[in-house]
Design a protein around this ligand. Sequence first.
Ligand code: GAR
Length: 219
Amino acid sequence: MKRRVAILISGRGSNMAALIKAAAASHDFPAEIAVVISNRADAAGLEKAKAAGVPTAVVESKPFGKDRAGFEAALQATLDECRIELICLAGFMRLFTASFVQRWYGRMLNIHPSLLPSFPGLDPHGQALSAGVKISGATVHFVIPETDAGPILMQGAVSVSDHDSADTLSERILEVEHRIYPDALRLLASGQARLEGDICKTVASAASGNFLISPVVGE
Ligand code: GAR
């Protein structure tokens, strides 16, 4: 039985689209995208989801103001209606209460465009450039109450060049995001990822002989 997944978005939904595509592309994908939920009625991702034939729902967060628990009760009602087992946050720009996170612990993933625990929060690409790192990337992790933290399920890396701007770096990292999020969901939904305390271990874990070195010194 495929696990029933809700993708939560607030904006353009490119990671959402990558997850929908992967789930639709192969019969053996262990999850189905049962619903896309946005906390904003104007999220561009909603149209993309509809065009892909995925049910959508809007649970507006604005009317709840600072009443996060109130918003989460409305969200939970939609998740219950759709019999959701797993949640993927994909550019969902709303913080959760500890109690909502606890309820979904081990069953809710997020993606962030940096190699966590480096550069959580806002403007991770700018943070990476300011720090002068030579390698950055993207991380899929289990959600805990702390923002952009939690057991790491998968990471992908890109080299950072002296010529990068936040825009060019973000474009390159986005490609990695679209690659790793479906793979990470596959691992979780197929029971190949388990939590040991604060650490996530995966059946797929194997050292690949590849290096990523940056910058490359000319031959
Ligand atoms: C993605 O780059 C995602 O990693 C980031 O928001 C973007 C959403 O784009 N998330 C965070 O920064 C979480 N802290 P998308 O709507 O096209 O998937």
